[in-house]
Design a protein around this ligand. Sequence first.
Ligand SMILES: [Zn+2]
Length: 233
Amino acid sequence: MPVGSSHTATATARHVINITVHGIGPAVREFDPGEDKTWVSIAQFEQLLDAAEGRTDVRIKFDDGNASDVEIALPRLIERGLTAEFFLLAGTLGDRGRIDQGGVRELLAAGMTIGSHGWAHRDWRRIDSVQAREELDDAPRVLSELTGRPVSHVAIPFGSYDRRVLRRLREAGTTRAYTSDGGRSRPNSWLQARTSLRHDMDAHCIAHVLDPDTSLVRRTRDTAARTIKRVRP
Ligand SMILES: [Zn+2]
C-alpha cells in the first residue's frame, strides 16, 4: 500500500468519494453490452484528474483491466502524483485491449494497488457455486500470485450484489468490497459505494459528483430563502 498524504487521509477523512473509471480513449476491442456508457474520452478523464488533484478524500478506482489503464491513465496519474486502485479481471489478462502481465508490473512499480474484479465479468447474483469459486476465490489468488501481494479488495461486477454475494465475499476473505451505488462512504467501512465516470459527464457534472455537499448546501439555502419569502407578508 502506498504511504504518504493519502494514507494519512484514510485515518482522518470523515467521508470519501470513490470514482470508478472503466475505459478511456479509442476503443480497441468490441464493447460488451452497455460498456459504451462508461467509456470516456481522454479529455473527460483529464477533467476528473484535474478535479481530484489535491483532494485526499477522492479515491480513483479502475475496473475491467482495460489496456487504457496503463497506456492512457498511468502516465497522467504519475504526472499529477496521484495513485489509484486497479480492479483487474483475472481471466482476461493479456486479452486484446486488456492489461497484460507487463502492464500489471508497470502499475505496481508506479505505486498503484491491485484489486480483484473477479474472473470473467459475470453477474455474481446469477452464478453457480463452481463459478463463484472461480470469481471469488481463484481470481484474487491468481492476482495475488501475479503481484506477489495480498489481493483482498474486490470491486463487484455491474455493482450487482445481494446478501448471498456479500456473504460469499466475506467467506472468501475479502477485506473491502466496492459497489456502484454512488455517493459518499466512510473511509474504513467494509462495503463502499462508488460512482462511475460516464460518457455523458462534463467538467461541471464531475465537480458535482466530487462535491455533493456544495450543491446540497446551496439547495438547502435556496429552500430556506423561499420559505422566508413565503412567510413574509
Ligand atoms: Zn466491470
